[in-house]
Ligand binder design. Structure first.
Ligand code: OAD
Length: 243
């Protein structure tokens, strides 16, 4: 466990927080690979790829409207609230979230200290790459939304398998990491399936930083973290940071 002095030092220094679906699990939003996770029952290749969208845009939109509804009805939990507080109180701070829900924002996380690397569930983006118009508009069930500018289909504003991350978001992470090692790297509620998540966590910690993982289960990152807290994020975070 971190001592009070280590926590104070981290707050006076640099903190990187990486979150995944597990932080929102306590708000009732299913994870992907955890128990009851979406990808245990559904095939991501049929719902979350450009090919799936070309083959059946109606089905893909139904799935994203279903997820918009679940997220809209959910509320941020104590874990999101602690991270939001840290985003305001730490001297230098970045939140990198893989989540496309808006619970970090609704908990009050500082927007200029947060990067949503897998996009935003509530955005619509033109599927025509040369247009790429992006808008936050409600999509009604049974209607295939089209771009007002070029009439192509709109794509939910998330990054799918087989698509690249937005270079601007990568740059934001890279700039933060280039400014020096972090005192504390918190990796919360993610199976850390993607190489860039592991790479960013290790790069951020450098030789001197502490990597703390908060997750009820072991992950691919568990063997290299300095502190593994095998607990739910909404219980562990308020206790550790006394917020
Ligand atoms: P996963 O579903 O892969 O992992 C969720 C993790 O959260 C698991 O390791 C669980 O053990 C953990 N977990 C469950 N409940 C928790 C709790 N209450 N507190 C803390 N941890 C908990 O989700 P991600 O790692 O976020 O991408 O998945 C990464 C990406 O894969 C997602 O962004 C999505 C998915 O396919 C795209 O859609 C591109």
């Amino acid at each position: 466990m971190l001592t009070e002095q280590q926590i104070r030092q981290a707050l006076d220094g640099r903190i990187l927080v990486i979150t995944g679906a597990g932080i929102s699990a306590d708000s009732g939003i299913p994870t992907f690979r955890g128990k009851e996770g979406y990808w245990r029952k559904l095939d991501p290749m049929k719902l979350a790829t450009p090919e799936a969208f070309r083959a059946n845009p109606q089905l893909v939109w139904e799935w994203y409207l279903y997820r918009r509804k679940i997220v809209s009805e959910a509320r941020p939990n104590a874990g999101h609230e602690v991270i939001a507080t840290l985003s305001h109180t730490a001297r230098e701070f970045l939140l990198v979230t893989q989540n496309v829900d808006d619970l970090h924002e609704r908990a009050g996380a500082r927007s200029n200290r947060m990067v949503k690397i897998h996009g935003d569930l509530f955005l619509n983006r033109c599927f025509n790459a040369s247009c790429a118009e992006e808008k936050r508009e409600i999509v009604s069930e049974g209607v295939l939304p089209k771009c007002r500018r070029c009439s192509s289909l709109l794509h939910p504003g998330v990054v799918w398998f087989g698509e690249s991350l937005d270079p601007a978001t990568i740059q934001q992470v890279d700039e933060f990491l280039s400014n020096g090692p972090c005192d504390l790297v918190l990796v919360i509620g993610t199976t850390a399936q993607f190489g860039y998540i592991v790479h960013w966590a290790l790069r951020a910690a450098g030789h001197s930083g502490t990597i703390m993982e908060i997750n009820p289960d072991d992950t691919g990152l568990s063997s290299v973290v300095h502190l593994g807290i095998r607990e739910r994020a909404s219980a562990a975070l308020p206790r550790i940071f006394k917020i």
